[in-house]
Each structure stands twice: as C-alpha cells, then as structure tokens.
Design a protein around this ligand. Structure first.
Ligand code: ADP
Ligand code: ZN
Ligand code: ZN
Length: 751
C-alpha cells in the first residue's frame, strides 16, 4: 500500500533559473501554466532559454540553468514562472561555460554575468530573431536643400553631402562612423522634414563568400615566422604574444592568420580598444576580406547589436570586430581570437561586472581549443611575465615593416631652462625647423582643457569641485569650470567667491592652452587639436584628421586619443610635453601607462623617406625609467619596472583584489570594510596580505566618500579560496545595506 502511494505521486518539475540580481544563488520555480491547448513538456525546456518570472515586487527575465525533478515536497512554496520566452537557447553551451568561469573568477553573481552576455533587446525580452533595421534617407525636400543654406552649420553640411551620395540611406552604425554626435544632427534633419526613416533587412543577401583580396605585400621574416607559428596549430589552444614595435606589420600578420581561419570555415573575433576602433581600421578589414563582417561597439543601435549577435551565432558573420563587450558574442565556430593593443585598459570593465576582456578571451580560446593572439608594441607587464613563465608564446616583430626607420628619441632637460609657457625654447626651435622643412609636428599632452586649476591671486582660493576632492579644470572655449571626475560644470566666476578679487589665474596646462600658445608662435600654420572636447564639439574628428592628412594643417596637439589607430606619415617631429606626470603617479601602474603612451604616440610618426624625431620634455632627465625607455627600449624599461614590482610585491608578482565601498556619509564605507575585515579574521587564511581599510586616493568623488581594502597573495589560488568563501557573505553584513560596495579582481585602476 505504502509503495503504491509513492508511485502515484508524480515528482515535481523544478526550473533552476539564473536571475540578474546581485545575489549569489540560483532560484527555483515551477513551470508556468500552459497556454491554451499546448502543454509544457519539461523535456522541451533546454538550458539557456529565457523565462519570465515573478521576482520580488516585479518580474524579471532569467535564464534556465537546469530542469530537475523533485519528489520531496519543497521546503517553501515555489512560485510559478510566468512565461517561456524561447524555444531554442539564447545562451549556448560555451557561453554558459564561459559565464560560469567568469562568475567564479570575478566572484560576481552568475545571473548578472549571464545577463551581461545578452544584447539589450534580449535582456528586455524581445524575440531572438532578425528584424529589419532603420535607415534614414533624404526626402524630396531634403534633396532640395542647398549647401548655401548650411553655410553656418558645417556639420550639417557634411551630413547633407553624405546623404546625397548615399541615396539608399544610412544606418545608425554607418552614421556613428562619421561622428559620435550624429543623433543630434539627424534629429534636426527630421524636424526639418529632410529625412525619412525606412526599414531594410539587416543581413546582407549575399551568400557566404570566402573571398579575400590577396595582399600585395611580401611578408618579412619576422612576420612569416609569426604567421607560421600560429597557423601550424590552428586547432590547438595556445596564447601568443605578438610583441611587435609600432608599424612592424602586426595587422598584416592578423590578416594572414584570419585568411587561414576562414579557409577552414571558421570565424575570427578581433577585439580592439575603445579608441582603436576607427573607421580606418574597419576599412582595412573590409578592403581585405569580402566576407560578411560585423562591427560591434557602443554607438550602434540595439537592433543592430541584436542582429550582429544573431549573425555571429548562426555563423553568417565570418569576422567579428568589436570593443570589450563584443567578447561575449556567441560564435558558431570560432577559429581564432585576436586582442589588439592587449595592454590597453579599456579592455577592463570598470563598473558592475568588472571583467578583463583579454583574460576572459584567453579562457574562451582555451574552451574552444583555438589559438589567441595578444598584439602590442608595449605589452602589459602581466603578459610579459606570462611569457617568462612559459604560459604565453612570444612572437617578435623587431623592425618596422616596409623599411621605415625607428625614430630617434631624445630627452629635453627643461630644468632651469627658459620656457615659453610650458614649451621649452629648444622644443619651439625644433618645431619651427620641422615646419619650415614642410613637415608636420605632433604634440602630446595627456590633459584636456585649458588649465587644470584656477586660483585667486589675492587670497589663494582654489576652484574645487563641490562633489569631489579635486580641482576644477578651466575650459576657455566654453568659459566653464569642469570637473574631470564627476562631470560637474560651473560658469567661470568673474571674481573670487571668497574675496571678490577679479584677478583669477589659471595654473598649469591643458591641450586648449597649448593650442593657444602654438597659435601665437606659429600663426601661419594650421593647427588641429584632438581631445574629447574638440571631437565632440566639432563632431568630426574625421575633419581634423582629414586636415592633417591632406596637409591643410601642420600642427597637431592632442591627448591619448592620438595614441592609437592613426598613422601620420608626414609627421616628422613628436613632442611629449610632460613625461613627468607618469613618473610619480599615485597608481603603481602610472609609469607603465606613461611609457606605453609615449611609445604609442612616438609610433604615429615617420615613414621610410622621412624618419621621425621625438623630443620628451622632463624635469627628471636622470630618472632611470626614462633613461631606459629612451636609451634602450620599452623592454628594458619593462625589466626595470618589473624589478620594482617584484621588490614591492605588486602585480604581476602577486594577485590582487580590491574591495571598494562608497556612501554619502563619510564614516560608512570604513565601517563596512571593518566588518568585512573582521569576517576574514574570523576564518583562518594564511598567505594573504590585507591592507586597509583606507580612504581611496581620491576620497570623495561625485559626492560620495570612498574607501578600499586591498587583498593580495603570491598564490592566486589562496586568494581565490578566501574570496569564494568571503564575498557571498559580504551582502549580509550589517553595514552592507548602507553602502555601495563592489569587488574588483585584478584591479586596473586604484584611484
Ligand atoms: P602595426 O599594426 O604593427 O602598427 P601595420 O600593420 O599597421 O603595423 O603596418 C604598418 C605599415 O607597414 C602598413 O602601411 C602596412 O601596409 C605596412 N606593411 C606591413 N607588412 C609589410 C611588409 N611585409 N612589407 C611592406 N610593408 C608592410
Ligand atoms: Zn580671493
Ligand atoms: Zn567632481
């Protein structure tokens, strides 16, 4: 009798679901009610489909992790899911695996990690299918507009011209290649009834082609060796560090490897830094490969992003190029991963789920059993160490391809020298010589705005941000004081708010000011400034670049935006205005970053018949790091910095994690971190060093007080064992509810 009863009882089907909430558990639900006559067969429910579920007071979209049967009565009443959204999984097996790994490595909730891999439209519950995308094209009225009408709106004129030549229309991603402020202009045009929206299928109707346009270049020995090393083992996981000086032809090496991968009917994924994804780079790829290619970055529309996701997933897209977030695009059959400028910190996501795209890509390549190539002229110290440990294989390109010579680099000792503002007379003289010889000059200063601080000459008042521990930067063009940390803006006061004195002086130099100084000294030459302000203001960075390339301007001043993706063949002099910024930075990576920037900027200049010259202004010409960089090369510099890191027990010689907390009340972050530290002390953990809690180097930012706790260990596994036990408990601490806290594994930014 008892047995019969048990057999009659049908076991419960339970859905275990990953929900995008900051909690370290999965959640169980019962299958939803079936709709009409269809009944839900739990065997049809494959892991990876989206399910809408009630959660708290609202509903959420989660992803099914597993289905299991339970004959025991659950200990609490399970809720019913609301709706099944997919028939086929949107999270494929390998993305599941990758998410699991990433969640474990970064100690981040799995539900959030999985959600992060989905394009926004799928997160919102939209159908996972192709839809037409919007194009804008000129209306008959639009065609009648004359350029004369737009004399005072140069940007609109550019757009009008563009639409006239692309009669079939332009999509968001095409427009974003022209300027980041395209939406503003489109809105003006739509208001004027010059544009209409139309729809077109997003997927090119062309069949899968495998054409590529043969390169006319003959590879040099270094390049040949690099290509062979990789192509010899295309179906094996291996991390390669393509360590090649700027202009050594790394892109050509990528191209040859991608050719082989396409031959094998596989896909290539290429990740580039945010400012490295230039239209020129995409153009180079498109010229070389006539295969379906998708480009994924922050400027494309949500519909375009979903379409790109679908094309990558079903294999329509053969090459995927994108910034950090493109890493999580599912691939039909991956063949190679390429991380260009692997040292660039834009590969690290600095908020929310703080992952490093390079490191996760390596894991992805390992799971797919295919090679991954990290390319850079200035590899990160982490990667160099991995080479010396034998984990990565180094491929070196030591010469500039095509025979261009290495520029000569010299330090300009500016101690006690006559200066015109922040330009030494020797630098000015060199600029004049190069200009008079008909060449172009590039000046690099990694600080935008006019002056980084404004001070009252009478009482010493300094314009500070009300919300941050930082001074306001004066922007002369807009007549504003701006905070570069929280984005606050004020009008430049006419007089000192403290003593009413009208003599306010701006101290220090930014790119705007350098531009002004250059204008005074070289009134006969065209000057372009490239930084975040000038390119958003004029809209067209393209225009600046065009002026340089076509020789209308001879002087170029800019920030790190200049450091990547561009090549200026007629620039023969590069001036680094301030190398000292990086030598004594708060962040232990400051010197590494400075060296990387200097080398990258240096690499923009010169070509075969016009070798470049680089002058670096410094107050510390004897500094061993600068000496190594200038007298020898980046690798000698890197050796010295490695030595410093080893002595100081810093990455890459240890693994580090940073627990951050912030709150509007100054005491709370410290309190939370104290409780968190207590939690560690209660358990036994050896081999872990704990520093803090201490206030963050910039304690107040955007109106919040910030503190941090550093944990480090020479053994990664020891650190991770601690984190695994510790992090899920942090949310339950008393003080946790009053602060915003986050964990950053392998932090790249300590400020
Ligand atoms: P990197 O990516 O290493 O900075 P690029 O791939 O942009 O270098 O190459 C720099 C320049 O050298 C490009 O104009 C490229 O066409 C050229 N180049 C590359 N390989 C060769 C080669 N084997 N022979 C001649 N020119 C080459
Ligand atoms: Zn004053
Ligand atoms: Zn601020």
């Amino acid at each position: 009798m008892g047995i019969a009863e048990k057999e009659q009882k049908t076991p419960l089907t339970i859905l275990r679901i990953a929900v995008p909430v900051p909690l370290y558990t999965l959640f169980d639900y019962l299958p939803p009610n079936s709709k009409g006559s269809e009944s839900i067969d739990s065997f049809d429910l494959q892991p990876g489909i989206r399910i809408r579920i009630p959660f708290g007071r609202t509903d959420h979209i989660g992803v099914l992790v597993e289905v299991y049967k339970n004959s025991e009565k659950p200990q609490y009443r399970l809720k019913k899911a609301i709706e099944i959204l997919d028939q086929k999984p949107v999270i494929s097996h390998d993305i599941f695996q990758l998410s699991r790994f990433a969640a474990a490595y970064y100690h981040h909730p799995l539900g959030e990690v999985i959600n992060n891999t989905l394009p926004p439209l799928l997160r919102q519950g939209k159908e996972a299918g192709y839809k037409n995308i919007n194009y804008w094209k000129l209306t008959p009225e639009g065609f009648k507009v004359s350029f004369n009408e737009l004399k005072r709106a140069p940007q609109q004129k550019i757009f009008l011209e563009l639409f006239q030549t692309h009669r079939q229309g332009l999509s968001a991603s095409q427009l974003s290649e022209v300027t980041t402020s395209w939406r503003r202009i489109i809105n003006i045009f739509i208001k004027n009834r010059w544009l209409e929206v139309c729809e077109a299928p997003s997927v090119p109707a062309t069949p899968k082609t495998k054409k590529f346009n043969q390169s006319l270049l003959e590879l040099n020995k270094n390049q040949q060796q690099a290509v062979q090393s990789v192509t010899k083992s295309l179906s094996k996981f291996q991390t390669f560090l393509l360590d090649g000086v700027t202009g050594s032809g790394k892109t050509e090496v990528y191209f040859r490897i991608i050719e082989e991968v396409i031959q094998k009917n596989r896909q290539a994924m290429v990740l580039v830094p945010e400012i490295g994804l230039t239209p020129q780079l995409v153009e180079r790829f498109k010229k070389r490969f006539s295969v379906p290619l998708v480009v994924v970055h922050s400027e494309i529309s949500n519909r375009e992003r979903l379409n790109a996701w679908l094309q990558a997933k079903d294999g329509t897209a053969v090459i995927v190029i994108g910034t950090r977030s493109a890493l999580f695009l599912p691939l039909h059959s991956s063949g190679v991963f390429i991380i260009d400028e692997e040292h660039d910190i834009s590969f690290k996501q600095q908020e929310g789920f703080r992952y490093h795209a390079r490191d996760i890509a390596i894991m992805r390549a390992s799971q797919a059993n295919v090679p991954i190539i990290l390319g850079s002229a200035t590899p990160s110290l982490e990667s160099l160490r991995n080479v010396s440990l034998g984990r990565y294989r180094s491929l070196k390109l030591t010469k500039r391809a095509g025979g261009a010579q290495k520029p000569t680099i010299k330090l300009l000792d500016i101690r006690n020298r006559a200066m015109e503002s922040n330009l030494s007379l020797s630098l000015l003289k060199a600029i004049r010589q190069h200009l008079e010889a008909g060449n172009q000059v590039l000046l690099f200063l990694n600080r935008r705005g006019y002056a980084p601080s404004v001070i009252c000459h009478k009482c010493g008042w300094i314009a500070e941000c009300r919300r941050c521990d930082a001074s306001m930067t004066f922007h002369q063009y807009r007549q504003k004081l701006c905070c570069h940390h929280c984005g606050s803006q004020n009008q430049m006061p006419n007089s000192c708010p403290k003593c009413q004195e009208t003599k306010l002086i701006s101290r220090g130099y930014g790119t705007e000011r350098v531009e002004q100084i250059l204008k005074q000294h070289f009134p006969d030459y065209g000057i372009e400034r490239i930084d975040r302000d000038s390119t958003s203001r004029k809209g067209a960075m393209e225009q600046c670049l065009k002026n340089i390339h076509e020789g209308r301007s001879q002087l170029l001043v800019g920030t790190q935006m200049l450091a990547k993706g561009h090549h200026f063949p007629n620039v023969t002099l590069v001036g680094i205005i301030d190398a000292d910024q990086g030598l004594f930075g708060v962040d232990f990576r400051a010197s590494e970053r400075m060296a990387q920037l200097i080398i990258q900027v240096t690499g923009r200049a010169g070509r075969e018949e016009k070798p470049g010259e680089v002058l670096i202004q410094t107050h510390h010409p004897e500094h061993p790091l600068l000496q190594a960089l200038v007298q020898q090369d980046y690798h000698e510099f890197a050796k010295l910095v490695m030595q410093e890191r080893l002595t100081a027990d810093l990455p890459p010689y240890c693994s580090m994690a940073l627990l951050r907390a912030e709150a509007t009340e100054s005491k709370l972050p410290g309190l939370f971190l104290e409780e968190a530290t207590q939690l560690i002390n209660d358990t036994k953990h050896s081999n872990i060093l704990i520093f803090g809690p201490v206030p963050a180097p910039m304690e107040r930012r955007a109106g919040r007080f910030r503190a941090q706790l550093i944990l480090q260990s020479t053994e990664r596994s020891d650190l991770h064992r601690l984190l695994k036990a510790w992090v899920p408990r942090l949310g339950k601490l008393k003080a946790a509810r009053k602060v915003r806290w986050s964990l950053d594994v392998d932090p790249m930014d300590m400020i």
